[in-house]
Design a protein around this ligand. Structure first.
Ligand code: ADP
Ligand code: ADP
Length: 226
């Protein structure tokens, strides 16, 4: 687990308006933080700067008290879940979940233990030998989540993970993500333009507009004002 501290973060892509403009924001240890705002407000850019996929123009980014401005993505020990949950179609559920551990050359017995624990948490134990084509949409989403959490990263980062799903599955996955995050207690930053997700998922919501942080507060503080 790790706190994420952003101090005066700026991202300037060209000559225009900064995509992210002087954002200062703390995400506490174990907290579920939502970044919300209309398309183009800088949510993805901010998330990509946390992960290290985008250089920071100015400001300071800290993860677990370490300044990471110049630390490569793979050395930040974060796990990112994208919109597009592509699974490897030729691999079983087991091997799909194990994939990041194989890349990291994790010993076989540890891979087995972690994949089994993860599968149990996501109720995928009976499906471990199946291929993605033989799963339901919801099960496929859970395999993708499994792949993201099996590495025991310091924090999870989600970039609109539900936006390509139909309404029913989106509702299911909202519940699932929320349950999982609370169970694991892992620091999470979740980008969305969806008000329902912002209101229901997070401990706190950060509202961005044109690159500027406008408000930060609990869903209650932000959405139930008299
Ligand atoms: P959001 O995720 O809220 O939709 P983005 O972070 O994707 O917003 O984009 C914020 C602004 O930065 C937009 O104006 C977008 O066009 C611009 N932008 C994003 N990525 C790039 C890039 N690689 N080069 C130039 N401009 C970019
Ligand atoms: P999203 O809004 O979901 O972040 P976009 O369609 O805005 O996705 O961006 C997709 C990709 O295009 C990203 O890698 C982003 O960096 C890049 N991009 C976005 N806006 C611009 C832009 N104005 N100029 C160059 N690249 C851009």
């Amino acid at each position: 687990m790790a706190a994420i501290t952003m101090k005066n973060i700026v991202k300037q892509y060209g000559d225009g308006f900064p995509a992210v403009n002087d954002v200062t924001l703390d995400v506490q240890d174990g907290e579920f933080m939502i970044l919300v705002g209309p398309s183009g407000c800088g949510k993805s850019t901010l998330l990509r700067m946390i992960v290290g996929l985008e250089d920071i123009t100015s400001g300071e980014m800290r993860i677990a008290d370490r300044v990471v401005n110049r630390i490569a993505p793979r050395e930040r020990n974060l796990s990112m879940v994208f919109q597009n949950y592509a699974l490897y179609p030729h691999l079983t559920v087991y091997e799909n979940i194990a994939f990041p551990l194989r890349l990291a050359k994790t010993p076989g017995d540890e891979v087995e233990r972690r994949v089994k624990d993860t599968a149990e948490l996501l109720e995928l134990t009976e499906h471990l030998q199946r291929k993605p084509a033989n799963l339901s949409g919801g099960q496929r989403q859970r395999v993708a989540m499994g792949r993201a959490i099996v590495r025991q990263a310091d924090a999870f980062l989600f970039d609109e993970p539900l936006s390509n799903l139909d309404a029913k599955l989106r509702g299911q996955m909202r519940t699932e993500i929320s349950r999982l995050q609370r169970r694991l207690g892992v620091t999470t930053v979740y980008v969305t333009h969806d008000q329902t997700e912002a209101m229901t998922l997070g401990d706190r919501v950060a509202v961005l507009r044109k690159g500027v942080l406008q408000q930060v507060g609990s869903p209650r503080e932000l959405y139930e004002q008299p």
